[in-house]
Ligand binder design. Structure first.
Ligand SMILES: [Zn+2]
Length: 62
C-alpha cells in the first residue's frame, strides 16, 4: 500500500506530492483519523474541518 500524506491546509489525503484539492505542497505523513466524506452538506465533521468536496480526509494533522 502506498504511503498517504495529509495536506496541512485542507486535510485532504493523497499519495502524490501535491494536494489534489488546494494544490498545496505542504503535506505530512503525520496524520491520524481517516474520515470519508460522501455528502459534505450533511456532514457535521466536514463543517468542522471546512470540507466542501467529497473525498478522504485526515481528522488530525500534526
Ligand atoms: Zn490541500
Amino acid at each position: 500500500m502506498p504511503k498517504e500524506y495529509a495536506c496541512k491546509k485542507c486535510n485532504t489525503l493523497t499519495t502524490g506530492k501535491v494536494c489534489p484539492n488546494c494544490h498545496s505542497t505542504e503535506l505530512t505523513p503525520d496524520w491520524s483519523g481517516l474520515i470519508v466524506v460522501v455528502d459534505p452538506e450533511k456532514s457535521t465533521v466536514s463543517k468542522t474541518l471546512n470540507i466542501s468536496k467529497p473525498g478522504r480526509y485526515a481528522l488530525k494533522v500534526s
